[in-house]
Design a protein around this ligand. Sequence first.
Ligand code: AMP
Length: 479
Amino acid sequence: MSNFADFGLASPILEALAAEGYETPTPIQTQAIPLVLAGRDLCGIAQTGTGKTAAFALPILQRFSAAPSRRVPRGCRALVLCPTRELASQIADSFRTYGCGSRLSTAVVFGGVAIGGQQRLLAPGVDILVATPGRLLDLIDRRDLSLEHVQVLVLDEADRMLDLGFIHALRRIVKLLPRQRQTLLFSATMPRAIAALADDCLTEPVKVAVTPVATTAERVQQEVVFVPMPQKRALLTTLLADPAFERVLVFTRTKHGADRVVRHLTDHGVEALAIHGNKSQPQRERALAGFRGGQIRVLVATDIAARGIDVDSVSHVINFELPNVPEDYVHRIGRTARAGAAGTAISFCSDDERPYLRDIEKLTRLKLQVVPLPANLPAVATAPDQERPAKRHFNAAPRWPDNGRNDNGNGRPTSSSPRPARANGQHSSSADGQRERAGDARDLPAFLRRDADGGRPSRAPWWQNRRGRKPGSRAASSR
Ligand code: AMP
């Protein structure tokens, strides 16, 4: 299918897509839309940035507008579950954008805001409901919502819902749904718990895979700078002195780390805001709107909060701290080079993070390009209040020596830090108490692993993998 009209979508939907500037379907859309229109269950391996939202939203809108039905009070016809408020809002916005020419109603509910407005929203019933699992269950428990009329269930970013501890909520929700329904599950990775959930709630699903997690976005220039932890902040401000760093997303591992980076940047005259789980919904929305609108040049985020951030034209992603879950690296750098643009990802790697770098290079099968520290980087004395590795590492291992590598260029060893435990397959709790679960590439289903094999890099269109062919063309399979 080379254009959206080939899917047989109704003209109001085609007009909405044209208004958005969508000309050709992305691979996940090409594969998924006909199957979903045909009523099949689907298990899609796809990350954000691949166009997966439209891959499920368009056929749902098409099917519902072709078969209008009365809204049932406190009911919905399609239920889309996703892990975060930001993602929920974005999915609902996409439904409204693509469905602007239809009479279908879309509502979004998530925690962290007053429940009253959401209760009122649901009272007359809606066509499409986008929700995070916790708030959805609250509304069900208060009898403000019934799931008995759901025709289509979408589980989006299922692996991240698992990471956030929503697996039991998901299982409870699935039990409340009619057996006779269509189910679409999207996940960037396929850990065992998600594969088991898919087995339980999908019926003879078609499997579709694009951009496997191990295939890092080819358009992203990926660099690493070896820098002692105490010099990271100075390195950040030195880099940001270059106006080419137009719209920058900085990642830290912890919420407090994000706040510290924002304070440092603000003190140095750089407009920056943080987005993480301790921020209220209005604060998050303000930060995102400012970043999107260009008033805020730097957004500092934790992995969980950043999930679902859909901002085009991010020129640089900076990994101020490397993620201890290698899959998160792939998600982070996928925030730049979106929708065909180019982008750069720069990782600041201190000595104690080298094991994380190894895990990332193993997963992505790429060696990040090593860039030297800028010559004009101010020397920084190690102060007692500067970032320390997360507490969980303190009993972990012997002190990790500098191996005489002298990354700080002053002939003295860098601050020696305890070596972090290997992340793969472990649960760990970072300094501010955010639970994170490491994925495991070995958990990928065979059809995905096969596609993740080597191959020569190419400068391919934005959705093509490093072999220069559509990633799903061989991987798509059906049972
Ligand atoms: P998603 O993976 O759903 O988060 O989409 C990532 C970005 O791609 C969003 O900004 C979409 O608006 C955009 N997008 C989705 N499908 C297309 C398409 N067929 N052509 C151009 N942009 C698209």
